[in-house]
Design a protein around this ligand. Sequence first.
Ligand SMILES: C[S@@+](CC[C@H](N)C(=O)[O-])C[C@H]1O[C@@H](n2cnc3c(N)ncnc32)[C@H](O)[C@@H]1O
Length: 280
Amino acid sequence: MHAATTSPAVGVPSEFAFDLQDFELVRTLLKQHTGISLSESKRGMVYSRLARRLRATGQRNFRDYLNGLRQGTAEWEQFVNALTTNLTYFYRESHHFETLATLLRTRAKPGTKLRVWCSAASTGEEPWTIALTAAEVFGSLTPPVEILATDLDTGVLATARKATYNAETVSKVPEALVRRYFIREASGDFTVRPELRSLVTFKQQNLLDANWQAKGPFDAIFCRNVLIYFDRDTQLQIVSRFAPMLAPGGSLFVGHSENFAHGQRALRLTGRTVYVRDDA
Ligand SMILES: C[S@@+](CC[C@H](N)C(=O)[O-])C[C@H]1O[C@@H](n2cnc3c(N)ncnc32)[C@H](O)[C@@H]1O
C-alpha cells in the first residue's frame, strides 16, 4: 500500500505525487513517440491512467517510472496503450460507408482485389464495418477485397483481431447485417463470421514512423479521428504521405473535424471529408 499524498495535479488526495514537471515529461515523451499532443486539461486523465501502470510495475513515484521509460524499457508499449484514446463504433460517420460502397462498386475489376487500409483501426469496429460494406456490395462473404488494419496501440489491436463484441456495441449494426455477418455466442456476445475475418490483416503501425509497413497502392485509405490528436505540421506530413500510397482515383477518408483542403495539392475534396487522389 502506498501512503496517500496530496497531488497538486488533481487537487485531491492521491496515491502518487504528480507535479507539473512529471506531466510535462509525459507530454513530451508521448508527443515524440506518437505525435499525440495532450492539452493541459488532460492532467487528471494522465494521472489516473498512468497510476495504474505505476501500480502494475511496482513503481513508487512518477519520476522513477518516467526515468525508466527514458531508458527504453518494455514498458513503452503499456505507456502508449494507456494514453491513447480509442473511442470508435460500427458505422461511425455512416456516410463514408455509402461512399466506400460506391467506390468499391466502380473500381471492381475481374481478377483483381481491391485494397483498403484502415490506419487507426482501434478495437476493430471500423475495419469490420469496411468488411461488412464490401460483403454487401459484392453480395458475398468472400468479396474481392483485402483490408489492412493498423493501429499504434497493441491492446486495441488484440480486441480487434478477436472480433467479438457485446450486444450494445453491435446495436449500431443494422439487424439484418448482424444476422448475416455475425455469429451469436453462448455468452450473448457477437463474433464476426470467419469468412469476413479472413479479409482483414491486423498489424501494429505507428503513423509517425519513417517507414510504414503498409505498402500501396490502396483503393481507399481510412485515417479517421486520429489526426485531431496531432499538431498541424504532423497532420500535414502524414496526409502528404498518404497521397502517393493511393492508386490514381483512390480515396482518403478522414474524420469529420479533420480538414486539409488547403494543405494538399495531390488530394481533391470530393465529398464530406473524402479526398480523391488527383493526378491532373
Ligand atoms: C479515437 S480512435 C479512432 C478510431 C477509428 N478510426 C474511428 O474513427 O472510429 C484513434 C486511434 O488512433 C490510434 N493512434 C493514436 N496515435 C497513433 C499513431 N501515432 N499511429 C497510429 N495510430 C495511432 C489510437 O491508438 C486509437 O486507436
